[in-house]
Design a protein around this ligand. Structure first.
Ligand SMILES: NC(=O)c1ccc[n+]([C@@H]2O[C@H](COP(=O)([O-])OP(=O)(O)OC[C@H]3O[C@@H](n4cnc5c(N)ncnc54)[C@H](OP(=O)(O)O)[C@@H]3O)[C@@H](O)[C@H]2O)c1
Length: 326
C-alpha cells in the first residue's frame, strides 16, 4: 500500500491535440470522499473513445485532465458510507472521477466491480467499455436470442472479441470479420463459426452460403460509414444492425431495410442508465467467474507510453486490447 501524502504518477492533458499532448506528471495522492473509493491502478485500458476526447472531438472535459475510462487494480481506501467494497479487494472499474491513465483512480462506489482471481489486472482493464458495449448492443439494443446468427463486423478488437464471447455463451451462431490473418485466426480461436476478411472484394457475398440462404439476424457494426449499405443487404427478415462505431457519412438504400422489416439501431455506451449498467456488470462478473468471458490482451505498454498506445489503437490490424501498466 502506498504511503499517504506521497506523489503519484498520472498522464495529464493540458490542451486538446495529438497523442503527444499526453505527458506523465506527478499528482497529489487521492483521498476518497463520502461514497467514493480510491483504486491503486495496476492496468488501464485504452479505448478509441479516449483518442477522440484527447483530440477534442467529442465530450470535452475541463482542462487539464487525466484520460482513460477503464482500469483494474486493488482498493486502496474507501470513503464514509461505502459498504459494498473493501480495502484490498481486486476490482475493475467502469469509469472514474479522476481518470484511469494513472497510478491511482478515484471512483464512485457504483463504478467499482469485483475482479475474479483468475482474471489478470490487464484483462480487468479490458472489461468495461468493450464488454459493456458488446453486451448492451447484443442484448439490450438488438435483443438477440439463442439460435440467431450474428455478424460481428470488426471482430478482432476490444468490442469485437467481447461480442464473439458474449454471443457464443448465449447460444448464437457467430460470423466475425478481421483485416489481417493474425486477427482472423484470433476470431476463430475465440470460437466464431466463420471468419471473413473485411478487406477482400465481395466478401459479404459468402454470407448467403454460410447461413443457408437465411442471412444474418443481427449485425454488430464497428465501421458503419463503410459498411452500413452492405449490412442491410445481408440481413435476414426482421434483422437488426446495431451501429457501434462510425467515422463518417454513408449513403444507403432504404428499400433494403423496408423489404426485410429491418431495423437500424444506434447505441452509445454513455447513454446507459444506472439500472442497465448494474444489470450489465452483474452479467459480466458472472461471465468472468464462469470463464465464458476471457479478455484478450494484444499489447501491454508502460503508462509513460500512452502517446504510442493512442497512435497504435487507431492503426489497422487490431488484436484484442492495448493496456497501459503504471
Ligand atoms: N457506441 C459506443 O458506445 C462505442 C463503444 C465502444 C467502442 N465504440 C466504437 O466502436 C469501434 C470499435 O471499438 P474497439 O474498441 O473494438 O476498437 P479497436 O479495438 O480499435 O478495433 C477496431 C475494429 O474495427 C475493425 N475494422 C477495421 N476496418 C474495418 C472494416 N472495413 N469493416 C469492419 N470492421 C473494421 C478492426 O479490424 P482490423 O483491425 O482487423 O481490420 C477492429 O476489429 C470504434 O470505432 C469505437 O470508437 C463505440
Amino acid at each position: 500500500m502506498r504511503e499517504q501524502g506521497k506523489e503519484v504518477k498520472a498522464i495529464r492533458v493540458h490542451e486538446f491535440g495529438g497523442p503527444e499532448v499526453m505527458q506523465l506528471e506527478g499528482m497529489p495522492d487521492l483521498s476518497p470522499g463520502a461514497g467514493q473509493v480510491v483504486v491503486s491502478v495496476r492496468a488501464a485500458g485504452v479505448n478509441p473513445t479516449d483518442t477522440y476526447t484527447r483530440a477534442g472531438m467529442s465530450r470535452k472535459p475541463p482542462l487539464p485532465y487525466t484520460p482513460g475510462i477503464d482500469a483494474a487494480g486493488i482498493v486502496e481506501s474507501v470513503g464514509e458510507g461505502v459498504t459494498g467494497v473493501r480495502i484490498g479487494a481486486r476490482v475493475y472499474v467502469s469509469g472514474t472521477i479522476s481518470g484511469a491513465y494513472a497510478e491511482q483512480a478515484l471512483c464512485e462506489e457504483s463504478q467499482v466491480h469485483p475482479l475474479p482471481e483468475k482474471v489478470s489486472f490487464a484483462q480487468g482493464a479490458a472489461i468495461n467499455v468493450p464488454y459493456a458495449t458488446a453486451y448492451r448492443a447484443l442484448f439490450q439494443i438488438a435483443k438477440a436470442a439463442a439460435r440467431e446468427i450474428v455478424l460481428v463486423h470488426g471482430a478482432t478488437g476490444g468490442v469485437g472479441i467481447a461480442a464473439i464471447q458474449l454471443a457464443l455463451s448465449a447460444g448464437m451462431r457467430v460470423i466475425g470479420t478481421g483485416g489481417t490473418d493474425r486477427g482472423r485466426n484470433l476470431v476463430l480461436e475465440q470460437g466464431a463459426h466463420h471468419v471473413l476478411d473485411h478487406h477482400a472484394p465481395g466478401y459479404l457475398s459468402q454470407i448467403q452460403a454460410l447461413t443457408e440462404g437465411h442471412g444474418v439476424d443481427v449485425v454488430l457494426e464497428m465501421l458503419a460509414n463503410v459498411n452500413l449499405d452492405n449490412d442491410l443487404r445481408v440481413l435476414a427478415m426482421g434483422g437488426r444492425v446495431v451501429i457501434i462505431g462510425s467515422r463518417g457519412r454513408i449513403e444507403i438504400d432504404p428499400r433494403d431495410a423496408m423489404t426485410r422489416d429491418a431495423s437500424i439501431l444506434g447505441m452509445l455506451l454513455f447513454n446507459t442508465t444506472q439500472a442497465e449498467a448494474s444489470s450489465i456488470h452483474a452479467a459480466l462478473v458472472a461471465g468472468l467467474e464462469n470463464g465464458t468471458l476471457r479478455p484478450v490482451i494484444g499489447k501491454e505498454m508502460p503508462l509513460a507510453e500512452a502517446p504510442r498506445s493512442h497512435r497504435e489503437i487507431m492503426e489497422p490490424g487490431a488484436y484484442g486490447k492495448i493496456v497501459l501498466i503504471p
